[in-house]
Design a binder for this molecule. Structure first.
Ligand code: VAH
Length: 319
């Protein structure tokens, strides 16, 4: 009997690509994509509108569909949540509780829930940030991710729910748009390079942040979910790393392909968020426990991003 997969937040930056990947593995007919939007992003995948704050709707959907796996991705990201802190906390926390409790009730085998390097804070060691260290996030998003990690581990230890999680760095991809985060500049910069030849960056040029190319992020998500349970020794959330760079460095990487491309720097409120996050991450626990290894470094990502934005999405065709 094929496994049934429920995705909550299927229209987001990660959800769009994860829906495609999971449909490819399990068969589109065995996947139910849900999001607060009226329609889904993958025509061949069954879709249902679902607001993760609709407690009754979440319980009824999970009870009816009886998923073997749930990917709970719905959240307000860092910059958006700072503009609406109460909704950020409510959506990120109540949404998680509804999904965890409904999964327990329905006997769901595995639940995936993403944390973030935003769970670290200003007193966290900034370079090669270890798995275990001081975590004092000062954004609603980061606080909700740290609290969510504690609950994920609690639901595993207290109730035996197989919850698995990754602390994603900033994610960069060409198939889907980012969703209101502090790392979104690292996607917009590629569009600007192809369309205008200049990027106006909302961070300082020397703001180094951990980043990961989306193909690596999707593979990491599938690898942790497919790993035997005994290999998953950390039930809060695993550090995950791909690369680290600052805006000046990614600008230079792009300029190798588009001579003359440059960025200007006008930091906004997101600079303070970025300054509270690590510059680089030690993901040795993920490597040792379930064999994680990133494939893409910055220049390989830049080449792949520009190629696909041009050839698949036609970005900059008229430029
Ligand atoms: C954000 N893209 O910027 C997310 C991510 C590490 C950053 O969690 O909020």
């Amino acid at each position: 009997m094929a496994e049934k997969i429920l995705i909550i937040g299927a229209c987001g930056q990660i959800g769009t690509e994860l829906t495609e990947a999971l449909a490819g593995i399990y068969g589109a007919a065995n996947v139910l994509a849900t999001d607060v939007r009226d329609s889904g992003t993958a025509p061949e995948v069954p879709y249902q509108k679902l607001d993760v704050l609709d407690e009754k709707g979440v319980f009824e959907t999970i009870k009816r569909f009886k998923p073997d796996q749930i990917y709970h991705l719905a959240a307000l990201l860092s910059a958006t949540a700072e503009k609406n802190p109460k909704l950020g906390w409510q959506l990120n926390m109540d949404g998680l509780f509804y999904v965890l409790d409904a999964a327990l009730e329905a006997g769901t085998r595995k639940v995936y829930w993403p944390s973030s390097i935003a769970a670290f804070g200003p007193n966290t060691p900034r370079h090669a940030t270890p798995q275990y260290c001081v975590m004092d996030p000062n954004t609603v998003y980061g606080i909700s991710k740290l609290a969510g990690e504690r609950y994920a581990e609690y639901y595993f230890k207290r109730y035996g729910l197989d919850v698995r999680s990754l602390r994603y760095p900033g994610l960069i991809g060409w198939k889907s748009a980012p969703g209101g985060g502090t790392t979104d500049y690292a996607v917009a910069i590629y569009y600007d390079a192809l369309q205008t030849g200049v990027h106006n960056c909302f961070l300082r040029e020397d703001t180094e942040l951990p980043m990961l190319y989306m193909p690596d992020a999707i593979r990491a998500t599938l690898e942790i979910m497919h790993a035997p349970a005994e290999q998953i020794r950390i039930r809060s959330s695993y550090n995950l790393a791909g690369m680290s760079f600052d805006p000046a460095t990614i600008t230079a990487s792009i300029a190798k392909h588009i001579p003359g491309f440059n960025s200007t720097y006008n930091p906004d409120f997101r600079q303070a968020i970025a300054d509270s996050w690590p510059a680089s991450i030690d993901d040795s626990h993920a490597r040792n426990d379930w064999g994680w290894k990133p494939n893409f470094h910055l220049d390989a990502m830049t080449a792949d991003m520009l190629l696909n934005l041009r050839s698949v999405k036609g970005v900059g065709a008229g430029a």
